[in-house]
Design a protein. Structure first.
Length: 354
């Protein structure tokens, strides 16, 4: 079982903005920091936080209308402001109104005069230009922080080199007042973390009981085929990509490498028994669900005796959530949005703050 382990107790306090399911906050808690107050707008994410940390003083609502209940005495402000307007997986629109939500972080930091600000987002902040100044958003944010007295350091990380079993890359800002962190250095990359210790057991043993985990063979798909053919019972289930069938990379993964980035668009699962994957030419004149009739891309097709999709817990493990962190949602999409948007930052953030 993956556990929530506190590395060391400190007297430092923190506050979270854009808290979501609590990924950044949990990483800070694991580093020994004391939680004060999170802000979040999504009802189902608020319910997740209430289930897991009923003692947290949650503030529900639009961050633009939020002012912390106390004006001083906090050490760290955490903010994973929305990435949809910046992300390669989103619309990459420099005018997306969510791109300016970083200004709410600066507003609250200015009010509270915190010692340290930690912000995270996607890599595209390095290059996407602010529509008004023409500067890369990363540079624009650093300059606006400087205007209220903060020195900023930023860098990007391949999270598999910091204890997270994904190749996902995240962009991190550390901003600090005066000499608070003048000797701060970002952690050095380590050996890649593989998925074996995170999901192998869940793929092989469907009897394991965990929250948000009800694995069922029988994935229904027009693209992939569950054959029902007999197979050697000693055969191992292997992780496979069930969506993005036009992707260049093979949909079959191994256990001794990091996983690709967990995002909100890609469906992953398991296959066992006589597993094959081949690329075919799709009949785009007569087939169902043709999105781009002009495409000539070959599509991956998986066949196996049994197929199933990942459970929410399996996604959560790859995001390094502990098994006792329970997710609330009215449907599968609400669960997956919380987990996949969490940024896989728990271990990376605990390294940064330790």
């Amino acid at each position: 079982m993956m556990k929530n382990e506190i590395e060391a107790t400190t007297d430092y306090t923190y506050l979270g903005l854009f808290t979501g399911a609590g990924g950044m906050d949990l990483g800070s808690e694991q580093a020994g920091f004391i939680h004060r107050e999170p802000n979040e707008i999504l009802d189902y994410a608020i319910e997740t936080l209430k289930i897991n940390r009923p003692d947290w003083d949650l503030h529900r609502g639009d961050v633009g209308e939020y002012t912390p209940s106390f004006k001083k005495g906090l050490d760290v402000l955490l903010a994973g402001f929305p990435c949809q307007g910046f992300s390669l997986g989103g619309n990459r629109d420099e005018n997306d109104e969510r791109n300016t939500l970083y200004k709410e972080v600066i507003r609250i930091a200015h009010i509270m005069q915190l010692r340290v600000i930690v912000m995270e987002n996607v890599l595209n902040l390095r290059t996407m230009q602010h529509p008004e100044t023409g500067k890369p958003f990363a540079r624009q944010i650093a300059e606006e922080l400087a205007a209220i007295g903060y020195t900023t350091k930023f860098d990007f990380f391949r999270v598999s080199e910091h204890g997270v079993p994904q190749t996902r890359r995240r962009f991190i800002f550390i901003a600090y007042k005066a000499d608070t962190l003048k000797h701060f250095r970002f952690p050095r990359p380590q050996k890649d973390t593989t998925i074996r210790d995170f999901v192998f057991e869940l793929g092989q043993d469907l009897s394991i009981k965990l929250p948000n985990h009800d694995p069922q063979w029988g994935f229904k798909s027009y693209a992939h085929t569950e054959t029902g053919a007999a197979f050697d019972p000693s055969e191992q289930a292997i992780p496979v990509r069930l969506s993005r069938t036009a992707s260049e990379g093979t949909p079959i993964r191994d256990f001794d490498s990091p996983f690709p980035a967990i995002d909100t668009a890609t469906v992953w699962g398991w296959a066992i028994g006589n597993v094959t994957a081949e690329r075919i030419d799709k009949d785009r004149d007569n087939a169902m669900y043709v999105r781009n009739p002009e495409s000539t891309a070959k599509l991956w097709r998986i066949k196996a005796s049994k197929l199933r999709s990942f459970t929410a817990r399996e996604y959560a493990r790859i995001q390094t959530f502990p098994d006792d962190w329970v997710f609330y949602g009215n449907n599968k999409r609400e669960l997956q949005l919380q987990i996949r948007n969490a940024g896989a930052l728990h271990l990376l953030l605990s390294h940064l703050l330790s």
